[in-house]
Write a protein that binds this ligand. Structure first.
Ligand code: C5P
Length: 415
């Protein structure tokens, strides 16, 4: 299913066809999509937000300055959450607003704020659709890369015959699925050529995977990190235009094309590889699950099975991330925190202790996300902000996280 796990934001503007949107949402959900709905004020006269809430399973938003909505998923997060922004029905007024870039309500603001592709399904009286103004506005949107679904021809609510009917929900869902198949790569993000490149000219270094600390020549201690999140970050950084160095512990993942990969085994080797190249980096992302301790005295010969109990002494490994953050002219530092309780509080303490620019925290007590899973959910914490990135594929999260990093880089550059 092309729409499986895709985040579809549905914008409903005020036309009679809005009454079909609960059916549309139901069909999108049946295809496995995650759906959130926003209504314009006038759409609420044609369809109830309660019905849309019931079928989408999510709170429906109408107003830009809705305290409840902003406390949950604010409009910028909603704009970022979307993989696709579908506006159905799009009235003549809505199309005109989008063409001029007006942002005087939630729907039109989201259209400006979202990096996701926008698809619109126009619906209006045939004369209004044929009007030069509407046609020119539509052309402006098409020139900007907006995709148009319909309208169909047929009998209209007002009794007229002609082009202006919204496509049927089933046709919209089909069109959306083929749009995704053609334009969005498997990994929930835009194909490489379509990605904006906010990290162009930047060098990004990423650590990934576990480290392995030798006990003797044949044994080691390590952890279950798969390296998937770090590799997803490397791909996403490259797609956003960065030159990427990926320093990886032992994992069974292949290197994305065009990325410089340095393979290491132990924490000390990872630190050496990081320090060798750190001075030329703009961003350092520490995603590796570095072993906290290593054997105090490495055994050069295989340990013999003699005593009933074996006691090993460990010593602390260097904290690679902390060392990078402490450097003079440190790059922008992003760390990760895996927590099982009080996620935000512990992560914020880590942000301060390690003097990081940003930390991404996940709750590893949830079995369906985090270690070894293809999905994750993150709290992204900076000194004065906490943002929630809802559960999504690691590729989608990596892209969103790095977009936040590029925003922060831009802000600090402007200061
Ligand atoms: O202190 P804690 O291990 O919970 O911090 C996790 C963060 O620090 C991660 O970003 C991890 O990659 C980084 N880290 C590191 N070197 C270590 C330990 C953790 O870079 N020795």
């Amino acid at each position: 299913m092309q729409l499986e796990q895709k985040n579809v934001l549905v914008g409903v503007s005020g036309g009679i066809a809005a009454y079909k949107t609960p059916d549309l949402v139901r069909k999108l959900k049946a295809q496995g999509a995650n759906v959130r709905v926003v209504l314009t004020e006038s759409a609420t006269h044609f369809v109830s937000s309660l019905s849309l809430q019931a079928v989408s399973g999510e709170k429906v938003s109408t107003h830009l300055l809705d305290e409840d909505a902003e406390a949950g998923m604010g409009h910028i997060e909603l704009a970022r959450w979307a993989d696709i922004f579908l506006i159905a029905p799009a009235t003549a007024n809505c199309i005109a607003k989008l063409a001029t870039g007006l942002a005087d309500d939630l729907l039109s603001t989201l259209a400006l704020a979202t990096p996701a592709p926008i698809l619109i399904a126009p619906a209006m009286n045939q004369q209004m659709w044929a009007a030069k103004a509407t046609q020119q506005n539509m052309q402006t949107l098409l020139d900007r890369g907006v995709a148009q679904l319909g309208p169909a021809s047929g009998e209209q609510a007002c009794g007229d015959l002609g082009y202006g009917r919204m496509l049927e929900p089933v046709e919209i869902v089909e069109a959306l699925a083929s749009f995704v198949a053609i334009n969005l790569a498997d990994d929930n993000h835009l194909s490489d050529e379509m990605q904006p490149k906010p990290l162009a000219g930047k060098q990004v270094m990423i650590t990934a995977g576990p480290t392995r600390e030798a006990i003797d020549p044949v044994r080691y201690i390590s952890n279950h990190s798969s390296g998937k999140m770090g590799f997803a970050l490397a791909r996403a950084a490259q797609n956003l235009g960065a030159k990427v160095t990926l320093i990886s512990g032992p994992v069974s993942l292949s290197t994305p094309d065009g990325i410089t990969r340095v393979d290491v085994t132990s924490a000390q080797e990872m630190l050496d590889a990081v320090e060798k190249d750190i001075d030329s980096q703009d961003v350092f992302v520490a995603c590796a699950a570095v072993a906290d301790y290593r054997i105090a005295h490495e055994n050069t010969q295989k340990l013999k099975k003699k005593a009933e109990d074996l006691v090993l002494t460990f010593t602390k490994n260097p904290d690679i991330l902390k060392r990078v953050a402490q450097r003079k002219n440190a790059p922008f530092t992003l760390g990760f925190a895996a927590e099982t309780q009080d996620v935000e509080a512990y992560a914020r303490t880590k942000l301060e202790d390690k003097k990081l620019n940003m930390i991404a925290a996940n709750d590893v007590s949830q079995a369906d996300i985090g270690f070894n899973s293809d999905q994750n959910a993150l709290l992204v914490i900076t000194k004065d902000n906490t943002r929630k990135l809802a559960k999504a594929s690691k590729d989608s999260l990596a892209r969103d996280l790095l977009k936040i990093v590029s925003d922060e880089l831009f802000k600090s550059h402007k200061k």
